[in-house]
Design a protein around this ligand. Sequence first.
Ligand SMILES: [Cu+2]
Length: 237
Amino acid sequence: MTALAIPVFTGVVVLVLYSAIFFRRRAGEPLYDGPPVYGGARLQLTWIVVSFVLVLVLALLGITTLVSSQAAQAVGASGRAIGSGSETGSPIKETNNELQVQVIAQQWYFTYRFPDYGGVETTHLELPVGVPVEFHVTSLDIIHSWWAYELGVKADANPGVDNQFHATPQRTGSFTVRCAELCGIWHGEMADTEGRVVSGSDFNSWIKQQQATFAEIGKSLPSYAPSYFPEPLTKGT
Ligand SMILES: [Cu+2]
């Protein structure tokens, strides 16, 4: 698209500069417009045809990229939202052998619960490489949006809603996690967290360590549920 846009942009800029320099009003010339110009049918036709073809090519480029199921994989992860349908290939599995990760948003941070590991709640996210993950994105208070673009996942986090997404991290490394929904005065604070994709054995030792670290706090957590509702009456007390 850049390659197609550069000649058009250059042409416009050159014509504007050329006109400004060579056709500008000189001292003593009248202030009113010159006489209208007619004709130039060939120029007009060329102009219309070139614009038409350019726009058509750009639209086709955009549409084929959008339809292509490879688009998300280009960033190193295969992500797919439930509801985007089975046209992307793999249908939604009923028997679930994916790693379950619940993303809990609240003002103003994300926490993560792992129902496969006793519902332990962690303050950071690590994922094992090559393992399919089923994300369950929800919120405790207001609307947030969990955005981990390297994983191809961006999901609304709404109280009382279990928003499900699938992704399989393809290589180890860190990824950015952001809140993509203006959610109050410290919304910006939710733009500064980082997740990590690690080897299977590193993940196992990490999750064990998290279970040990958060065991005491875990006792006062509500038991794991697909979603949670705000509790305005008890909030702040
Ligand atoms: Cu937020």
